[in-house]
Design a protein around this ligand. Structure first.
Ligand SMILES: Nc1ncnc2c1ncn2[C@@H]1O[C@H](COP(=O)(O)OP(=O)(O)OP(=O)(O)O)[C@@H](O)[C@H]1O
Length: 423
């Protein structure tokens, strides 16, 4: 018996009316079922009943196998006849709506592409190019200054030069500014002025040594001593031609090597006027551009008397100050320093217009403590033990200006070398 077919025996055997009430509908269902099976068989046996006739699986409840074509038919019972079933067209799938529901607050359309004008694009490009150039220039500035190792120069000067912190600071600051770039419209002209023995030539030598080392070419540093290269016996015109030739050689060579040369001219106060004229000519804008890229350091005793007077008049300001008054005293000292530079420039410019274009750096008088340092330094250099007491005893032999409880050496450290040589 089929598993889906309910068994009649228990129901028929049931005693009483309740048994009869159940049997009647069951029999009706069975009859209907048989009838459906017969109808199906008939439909399948009809000619053209489908290409898969006889290949179908066995249907539960029917004794004969169901053709495979029948598997495409609905799997539940309907009262549709075979003709209706075959004519039924497959239902079309309804397409889902693609409408997107946006929240109320948001925009329901794509933003319109703004039309940019050509001028706007060109402007943006220009800004980008300018920005790039500025960045590049800043980088190049650093590169150019680094080549000259100005930090190293500053340390070397601070270590070797006593009692001139303001002058050293100003020299390095001016060089740092100038050497920040390689392209210039005029040379840098440093004018170191002060009384005898305060370290002008000493600084000139240190600068020359430093530049020889960093430029890696001794020919790019010129040291010219007026006393030696143009003694009184020589004609000033010859000296001028020789100076012009030497300077031209140095600046041309520096241009070829893309470096900034250093030209140190000592004893400028002894130079004949034609030489000062020639130096002035080097600064003129109509000169070829390789003359514009150079550092001139002029060392001169001219204005030494003014510097001495200034130091002695302001000696009390340099005394140790109370902490609360330190700032105002510094400001006053800076102002006094600027006044000294201005008065020196005015004084020197009366002699020659060359000094108008110069950055004046005053070298002040050295006090006794600085002179003692000079002695100790010189003693160490000559192989003596730099004994403080001995250095003080040697310094005491020199002449000093005595002002406001302080002592300033009349000839600075000029006699130190000679004195140590006698030891
Ligand atoms: N401020 C200083 N610090 C260290 N040493 C110094 C200083 N001043 C002078 N000296 C020493 O004294 C020597 C003479 O000084 P320097 O030749 O520099 O003087 P100057 O200012 O050029 O004077 P002049 O104008 O007379 O030539 C130097 O060789 C140096 O050894």
């Amino acid at each position: 018996m089929d598993r889906g077919q309910p068994s009649l025996e228990p129901a028929a055997a049931a005693p009483g009316t309740s048994g009869r009430c159940v049997i009647a509908p069951v029999r009706a269902v069975l009859r209907l079922r048989r009838r459906v099976c017969v109808l199906r068989k008939r439909r399948l046996l009809q000619p053209g009943g489908g290409p898969n006739v006889g290949t179908g699986a066995h249907r539960p409840g029917c004794s004969s196998p169901v053709p495979r074509a029948d598997m495409d038919q609905p799997q539940f019972f309907t009262f549709d006849g075979p003709a209706e079933l075959s004519s039924r067209t497959p239902r079309k799938r309804r397409r889902r709506s693609r409408l997107v529901l946006y929240p109320e607050t948001s925009r329901k359309y794509r933003p319109r592409v703004e039309h940019r004008s050509r001028a706007q694009r060109c402007l943006l490009l220009l800004v980008a190019i300018v920005g790039f150039q500025v960045l590049n220039a800043i980088e190049n500035l650093d590169d150019n200054a680094q080549r000259y190792d100005l930090d190293g120069l500053e340390k070397a000067l601070q270590r070797a030069v006593f009692g001139q912190p303001a002058a050293v600071g100003r020299i390095v600051a001016l060089m740092r500014d100038y050497l920040a770039t390689h392209v210039h419209s005029r040379p840098l002209l440093l004018a170191l002025h002060g009384p005898s023995g305060v370290g002008k030539s000493h600084v000139g030598r240190l600068l020359a040594r430093h530049f020889r080392a960093v430029l890696e070419d001794g020919a790019l540093v010129l040291q010219y001593h007026a006393r030696h290269h143009c003694p009184e016996a020589r004609a000033a015109r010859d000296c001028r031609e020789e100076l012009a030739r030497r300077v031209a050689n140095v600046v041309e060579r520096a241009e070829a090597e893309e470096k900034t040369p250093l030209l140190v001219l000592d004893d400028v106060e002894l130079m004949p006027r034609p030489l000062l004229d020639e130096l002035h000519g080097f600064l003129q804008p109509q000169r070829p551009h390789h003359f514009h890229n150079a550092i001139y350091v002029l060392l001169s005793g001219a204005g030494g008397a003014e510097v001495t007077r200034f130091v002695l008049q302001n000696a009390s300001r340099a005394l140790p100050l109370r902490p609360d008054g330190a700032r105002s005293a510094q400001a006053k000292a800076a102002q006094a320093d600027e006044d000294l530079r201005a008065s020196l420039q005015a004084l020197l410019s009366r002699d020659h217009p060359l000094w108008q274009a110069a950055a004046i750096v005053p070298f002040l008088l050295l006090d006794k403590r600085d002179v003692v340092s000079c002695f100790r330094d010189e003693m160490a250099g000559e192989g003596f033990f730099p004994d403080q007491a001995r250095a003080e005893r040697l310094a005491a032999q020199l002449s000093f200006y005595q002002v406001a409880g302080r002592e300033f050496a009349v000839t600075g450290c000029k006699q130190v070398v000679a004195t140590v040589n006698l030891l």
